[in-house]
Design a protein around this ligand. Structure first.
Ligand code: GLU
Length: 276
């Protein structure tokens, strides 16, 4: 039986791209008589807002979506993430990183090394006596890959070979948050029994990391369905368009949410979406 989920971060208002993703995840489960879950990814305490949780719930209901089981909040599950971090640290797969934002930006733009990937400056650094300094925890990706061996995942029926090295030594716990998106999402999809992860192609690269973490933590691997991103008539991603209305704006304007959902099911933008 299929269990899918929608897992928004309450850091802003939902837009039509979110709705498209939520509807696809919802319909995949409902078509099979399965379950659809809502999880609020609010580990980023500085950017998450309770008011956004309220509008997310209202927006999804307006679209005609229903979910099973109580909503799960990641901020209430920090002990689970801490336990996983401790396990990975105990296995020597994590290292503390003391780099500041500007040091990382500088290192990432260095002429050598892949662009946009942390070059491992703090890997192997002597951290004794420094643990009071602000630091995050990074996964030693080479060591992790060596431990896990070859991996793949199923993406819409296609087998994808895992190449997490391209992501570099990703952050698993941040200076200001006890877990990163990668760690929390992997643990929670397993804990909630999610069989099918439906999300946009913008998160495809992250799945390399999630699959690796599943192997390291002994968690099951769901099927993945990375869908295309909704674009406007100009071909630009809806999420990036300045004038794309939020779901809340459409709802408050009296637009019929179920009709919007049906338009999105046909990959059509609702007429009202072009107005702000
Ligand atoms: N919380 C993530 C976001 O809002 C999505 C997580 C996921 O679908 O894996 O971008």
């Amino acid at each position: 039986m299929i269990t899918s989920r929608f897992a928004p971060s309450p850091t802003g208002r939902l837009h039509l791209g979110h709705a498209f993703s939520a509807i696809r995840a919802h319909d995949l489960a409902r078509a099979e008589g399965g379950s659809f879950l809502l999880r609020i990814e609010d580990i980023d305490g500085t950017r998450s807002r309770a008011e956004h949780v309220q509008t997310i719930v209202a927006d999804l209901a307006w679209l005609g979506l229903t979910w099973d089981r109580p909503v799960v909040f990641q901020s209430e599950r920090l002990d689970r993430y801490a336990a996983a971090l401790q396990q990975l640290r105990g296995e020597g797969l994590l290292y503390p990183c003391f780099c500041t934002r500007s040091e990382i930006a500088e290192a990432m733009n260095a002429p050598h090394g892949p662009v946009g990937v942390y070059p491992g400056t703090c890997r192997g650094v002597d951290a004794r006596g420094r643990m009071d300094e602000p630091h995050c925890w990074r996964l030693d990706i080479a060591a992790a890959v060596a431990r896990a061996g070859p991996l793949d995942w199923n993406d819409g029926g296609e087998t994808i070979r895992v190449v997490p090295e391209e992501q570099g030594d990703v952050v698993l716990a941040r200076k200001d948050a006890p877990a990163s998106y990668h760690l929390a999402v992997t643990i929670d999809d397993a804990a909630q029994g999610v069989t099918d992860v439906v999300r946009g192609r913008d998160l495809f690269a992250a799945t390399h990391v999630h699959r690796l973490l599943q192997a390291l933590l002994g968690l099951p691997t769901p099927r993945y369905h990375h869908h295309e991103l909704l674009t406007g008539p100009d071909g630009e991603r809806l999420a990036k368009r300045h004038n794309a209305p939020t779901l809340t704006a459409l709802r408050e304007r009296g637009v019929d949410g179920r009709a919007v959902a049906d338009d999105l099911r046909r990959r059509q933008l609702p007429n009202d979406a072009s107005r702000t």
